[in-house]
Design a protein around this ligand. Structure first.
Ligand code: HEC
Length: 103
């Protein structure tokens, strides 16, 4: 009865995988919620239809740097300086990564 000994091992691997992917899914949906606050002004998925710049597809480091300079006031802005102040470093990282993955 070799197979029955393996079942708990297989179950543990499957369960472990499921737990990890649900954590990844939670992070992904948090990133999506954070980034969706940008889309009211910058267009759906950051693809702007108007005069406000599009914000999708930038390398994550570039987007992160832009949001930090808005937040600390080194980059002049009308809106973004105030908007960027609402996010922690971790959240800025999540938003930047999410936007970088939009094609
Ligand atoms: C209330 C409207 C509004 C919201 C919400 C908003 N933005 Fe902006 N964003 C602007 C405007 C307006 C500008 C032009 C700079 C300025 O005047 O503040 C801008 C500029 C930018 C720029 C500079 C783009 C470039 O190419 O120069 C980036 C990057 C940016 N926003 C990212 C974001 C991100 C990321 C979010 C969400 C976390 C966000 N914005 C949310 C209005 C908004």
């Amino acid at each position: 009865m070799k197979i029955s000994h393996r079942i708990p091992v297989i179950a543990a691997i499957v369960l472990g995988g499921a737990l990890m992917s649900s954590q990844a899914a939670a992070d992904a949906s948090r990133s999506a919620v954070l980034a969706s606050t940008c889309f009211a002004c910058h267009g759906t998925d950051g693809k702007s239809p108007g005069s406000i710049p599009s914000i999708y597809g930038y390398p994550a480091e570039v987007m992160e740097m832009q949001l930090r300079t808005f937040r600390d006031g080194t980059r002049a802005a009308t809106v973004m300086d105030r908007h960027a102040k609402g996010y922690t470093d971790e959240e800025i990282g999540m938003i930047a990564k999410y936007l970088s993955q939009i094609k």
